[in-house]
Design a protein around this ligand. Structure first.
Ligand code: AMP
Ligand code: GLY
Length: 432
């Protein structure tokens, strides 16, 4: 088989690495890819958002399956265009990807289908949203435990968790008046702030059969101890002791099954990866958001533990025959990914810094360094994004995997490189 992977992040490097290992696959392309995907596959200089260019390339090369990594091309309808051209693709159609593309659509669907989620209100105008906050919290310095969210896609950054009324009003101003997230701020949501531990549960579905993957935990805030602004994700590990078998059964029954059903009923059958971002509250698991693709960085530890052939599953989804493939087998070893980022991320950052030590890092036992924001320049690997590398490790225990990952991190250098130092500590604290 010839497979084309669309995207250029750590997730796509992990996908390329895993897909290239399949005995059924003869050729893997990544568009546009990064310096890491170039090791596993052939990079093609077509942007992930260039739908016409991707369809043309897939036709020319007689690609058997296109695997779409990021949300933007899914929401823009890349899978629809590929299918219209007779090319098999893994990922939801634009109509189904709206579950991620519009938080308002997602919340309304959850509400209609009676799926547990935070109480919310939606607004189109900044004035209305501000008035709502002022009515809810009449005193100027009042605590205001709310979360303000831009409706559309904002690379994980359009969600502002607030403590006070002032912060909530400021968040509304940033999203709806200053338009920091552009058109994503055409509508906004104000929702109740939930308390609990977060977990990511990803499932692969063909719209009827649901294959739930082991639970993972992401680390969204930029700095140690979950402080600082939200990012795309600074590290992840899997499995997480936060989700035991009973909790997983509850998540499947209360969240995954009803969502797949509700999407079908809404005439938007969902095929691809359904990623539930959950808060495990005292009142049970509640949905924070849905993504319609593999999580980045959750994908890296998940695929490192996935032992059987990923391609069998991806292909079966495209044919609507997920019921006919064996469930994947998983390594019993936990896996953990530490994201190394550019100075300034999630704000502005510079690129083009030469990265050294990748060879030494790769020699650490049980470690695979997935590239995210990297590119090749004059034969050297240089930084090319905010999240630069996903240093991923497996070991017999989570703490063992953590040790290995950070040992590899220590070998890697570029000016301004940083990472969170506490990936997985929440799991260890929980298990204690
Ligand atoms: P989202 O992109 O909607 O998952 O939001 C990004 C992050 O913001 C989540 O991973 C949570 O850490 C936080 N968050 C979002 N919604 C809420 C909420 N209702 N209560 C508490 N934290 C939230
Ligand atoms: N790691 C969170 C995401 O992929 O959106």
């Amino acid at each position: 088989m010839k497979i084309l992977i669309v995207g250029s992040g750590g997730r796509e490097h992990a996908l390329a690495w895993k897909i290239a290992a399949s005995p059924r696959v003869s050729k893997v392309f990544v568009a546009p890819g990064n310096a890491g995907t170039a090791i596993e596959a052939t990079n093609v200089p077509i942007a992930a958002t260039d739908k016409a260019g991707l369809v043309r390339f897939a036709k020319e090369q007689s690609i058997d399956l296109v695997v779409v990594g990021p949300e933007a091309p899914l929401v823009a309808g890349l899978v629809d265009d590929l299918q219209a051209a007779g090319i098999a693709a893994f990922g939801p159609t634009a109509a189904a990807a709206e579950l991620e593309g519009s938080k308002v659509f997602c919340k309304n669907l959850l509400h209609t289908a009676n799926i547990p989620t935070a109480a919310y209100q939606t607004f189109r105008r900044a004035e209305d949203a501000s008035r709502y906050i002022k009515e809810l919290y009449p005193e100027t310095d009042a605590p205001a435990p709310v979360v303000v969210k831009a409706d559309g896609l904002a690379s994980g950054k359009g969600v502002i968790v607030c403590e006070t009324r002032r912060e909530a009003l400021d968040a509304i101003d940033r999203i709806a008046s200053k338009r920091e997230f552009g058109e994503a701020g055409n509508s906004l949501i104000i929702e109740e702030r939930l308390i609990g531990q977060e977990a990511s549960v990803l499932a692969i579905t063909d719209g009827s059969t649901i294959l739930t993957l082991p639970a993972a935990q992401d680390h969204k805030p930029a700095y140690d101890g979950d402080r600082g602004p939200n990012t795309g994700g600074m590290g992840a590990y899997s499995p997480t002791p936060l989700v035991d078998d009973a909790m997983m059964a509850r998540i499947e029954a209360d969240v995954l099954v009803p969502v797949v059903h509700a999407m079908k009923r809404a005439r938007r059958p969902f095929r691809g990866v359904l990623y539930a971002g959950l808060m495990l509250t005292n009142a049970g698991p509640k949905v924070l958001e849905f993504n319609t693709r593999f999580g980045d960085p959750e994908c890296q530890p998940l695929l490192m533990r996935w032992e059987s052939d990923l391609v069998d599953v991806l292909e079966a989804v495209g044919r609507g025959r997920l019921d006919q493939v064996d469930a994947p087998t998983w390594s019993p070893q936990p896996s953990l990914c530490v994201v190394m980022a550019s100075e300034g991320y999630p704000g502005d950052y510079e690129t083009g810094r030469v990265i050294t030590g990748l060879d030494r890092a790769a020699e650490v036992e049980g470690v695979k360094v997935f590239h995210a924001g990297t590119t090749l320049r004059d034969g050297q690997v240089v930084t090319d994004g905010g999240r630069v590398l996903g240093v991923t490790a497996m070991a017999d225990t989570i703490s063992g995997a953590k040790l290995r990952a950070y040992q590899a991190v220590k070998e890697i250098r570029w000016p301004g490189a940083w990472c969170r130092k506490d990936i997985s500590d929440k799991a260890l604290a929980w298990a204690r």
